[in-house]
Design a protein around this ligand. Structure first.
Ligand SMILES: [Ca+2]
Length: 204
């Protein structure tokens, strides 16, 4: 019993040491970020240089960071989910068999750069239609900044799309609009929006 007690005390002391070290490390990291990018936390509200990521995986209607309207998705037994790489999960698609769908985001704040990434998957090969990205600034119906034509796209494969809007469009608050009219079912998953440039522009 005595040995157990001693081991417990030793472990507890070590864990407290580690906890102190981690807190010191976090303070160092925060200080380094603040020196480079400006204030963090509540002081950082309005600091457009802070890194923000919005992630939409369509897995949870309540807690998802997904900010797109309409928030419709399916539990797919036929089309695998991209998030988990399995047949259990959720993706967005146009369930009205019109082969037309439109997603509109929340308002994003101005920054020097933005990257929009997402994965999409075609049910069948077709040459008709495209996925189009545009920005809505104020009441303007939308500045198009990227288009992915259906021609030459393979079916039944998740494809990464990535694009950065021109800087002139993101000097004011804006919404991102994703419109699809490819003439087959198109599944969309794992939309990521962050306020820096993409590493590899225009994969698709
Ligand atoms: Ca998903």
């Amino acid at each position: 019993m005595h040995t157990f007690q001693k081991t417990y005390e030793t472990l507890k002391a070590k864990l407290l040491d580690i906890n102190t070290e981690v807190n010191l490390l976090k303070d160092d990291v925060d200080r380094a970020i603040e020196q480079t990018c400006g204030p963090l936390g509540n002081l950082g509200i309005g600091n457009t240089h802070l890194y923000h990521l919005t992630y939409c995986n369509f897995e949870d209607n309540e807690d998802d960071e997904c900010t797109f309207v309409p928030l419709r998705f399916v539990i797919s037994q036929v089309i695998p989910d991209h998030t988990f790489g399995s047949k259990i999960g959720h993706v967005f698609y146009d369930s009205a068999t019109t082969y037309v769908s439109k997603l509109t985001s929340k308002v994003f704040q101005p920054a020097d750069a933005y990257c929009i990434r997402f994965y999409f998957r075609l049910y069948a090969v077709t040459t008709t239609g495209a996925i189009k990205l545009s920005l809505q600034v104020g009441e303007h119906p939308g500045y198009p900044f990227h288009s992915i034509p259906a021609s030459n796209l393979p079916a039944k494969m998740w494809i990464l799309a990535e694009a950065s809007p021109d800087q002139e469009y993101i000097q004011h608050p804006f919404k991102i609009i994703l419109e699809n009219n490819i003439r087959t079912y198109v599944y969309i998953d794992d939309i990521m929006i962050f306020n820096t440039r993409c590493n590899t522009d225009d994969r698709h």
